[in-house]
Design a protein around this ligand. Sequence first.
Ligand code: PMP
Length: 287
Amino acid sequence: MNRTVYVNGEYLPEEAAKISVFDRGFLMADAVYEVTSVLDGRLIDFAGHVARLERSLGELDMANPVTAEELLAIHRELVTRNALTDGLIYLQVSRGSSGDRDFIFPDPARVPSTIVLFTQSKPGLCDNPQAATGLKVISIPDIRWGRRDIKTVQLLYPSMGKMMAQKAGCDDAWLVADGFVTEGTSNNAYIVRNGTIVTRDLSHDILHGITRSAVLRFAREAQMTVEERPFTIAEARGADEAFITSASAFVLPVVDIDGAAIGPGVPGPVARRLREIYLEESRKTAI
Ligand code: PMP
């Protein structure tokens, strides 16, 4: 590819962009990230992603290298320079490089954070055929660390979960801790029972999805009932519908869990409606 990427204040051809081998993001996964989707060249839910980035940085005592205004300008510049119509913008901030490997955090006054952004072009991002077919998921133990609300780049186990799903002929994995579903490998998880949308409540156990927050708001505005509480795989298998949300997938139906069809085994009306509302409403507020 021939992208222009952003690294620490510079726009560079992707092959010219460089990060130190001592960068703590590389050595220790000491970094946080955000993924913002772009539809028709405009940013979806941008304010939410900036707010969560600031929260992740704060929870880890990591210095924020840019203001919200600068971040918006960088995102827009990357959209322009890469002629991005539909796709994603990946942003990562790490604790930088002290020029050596050390467990102790470097002094932020001496070692600035590293910031990197790049685009991923995804033509037809909102016409995903999986919206019509639905996803098949497997359940696997959630063995991640206890601060899943911080969006760190520690994505080895989620990657392994996707590989386990692929090996089982499925699309994704739902993670289960103490008998209850936490979330998907890279998305929040929901079931629908008798018209009620059920999704795990916010805590340190799950990522506070930006899409989750918007979808639950739209659902309540449309007079749908929402229950924020944990649910089991057994309850999910007996549900009428299931679905996931994320910034890159928006809302996608889940039609099979561990080989058992959910409801009639086809995408349900609640997931379909929420996908429509989410895409329509978030396009209106895209910037
Ligand atoms: N949970 C996890 C573990 C994720 O990685 C993601 C995607 N970043 C989400 C939930 C969904 O969050 P968002 O809607 O902000 O993309």
